[in-house]
Design a protein around this ligand. Structure first.
Ligand code: THU
Length: 136
């Protein structure tokens, strides 16, 4: 059983980042927080743009913050959306998580009150494209 305090801490970081989400076009605010293997937490929020495809997801922001500090391994990630909705990462973000995670990396899906469900990356991104494909 995972330490509840550490999960609560991850959720709180994602929620705090969500408050700063810049989502004037969709109105859909998202926060994410990554815990790296070193134990540090990095948070991000979605940042939209008037040129819609330029917008970035909360997960991408959190992963970029981690990489900027030189951390390279994701142990777990929490994603918080609003209302009653639990969201899973988009396809591109699943691949981003895969770059720095592994099949057992935990993805915690949270509503406003806390983490409600945890899934493994391998279950969200089966048959993933990885470096072994490039070597064939
Ligand atoms: N979004 C995220 O930040 N993360 C997700 O996992 C799904 C979607 C953002 C992108 C866009 O700013 C808004 O939510 C609506 O799609």
């Amino acid at each position: 059983m995972q330490d509840m305090n550490s999960l609560q801490e991850l959720f709180a970081a994602a929620s705090r980042a969500r408050e700063n989400a810049y989502a004037p076009y969709s109105g859909f605010k998202v926060g994410a927080a990554v815990r790296s293997e070193s134990g540090k937490i990095y948070a991000g929020c979605n940042v939209e743009n008037i040129s819609y495809p330029c917008g970035t997801c909360a997960e991408a922001g959190a992963i970029a913050a981690m990489a900027a500090e030189g951390d390279r391994k994701i142990r777990e990630i929490a994603i918080v959306a609003g209302g009653s909705c639990l969201i899973t990462p988009c396809g591109a973000c699943r691949q981003r998580i895969k770059e720095f995670g592994g099949p057992d990396t935990l993805i915690h899906l949270a509503g406003p009150q806390g983490i409600e469900k945890s899934v493994r990356l391998a279950d969200l991104l089966p048959l993933a494209f990885d470096e072994t494909e490039l070597k064939k």
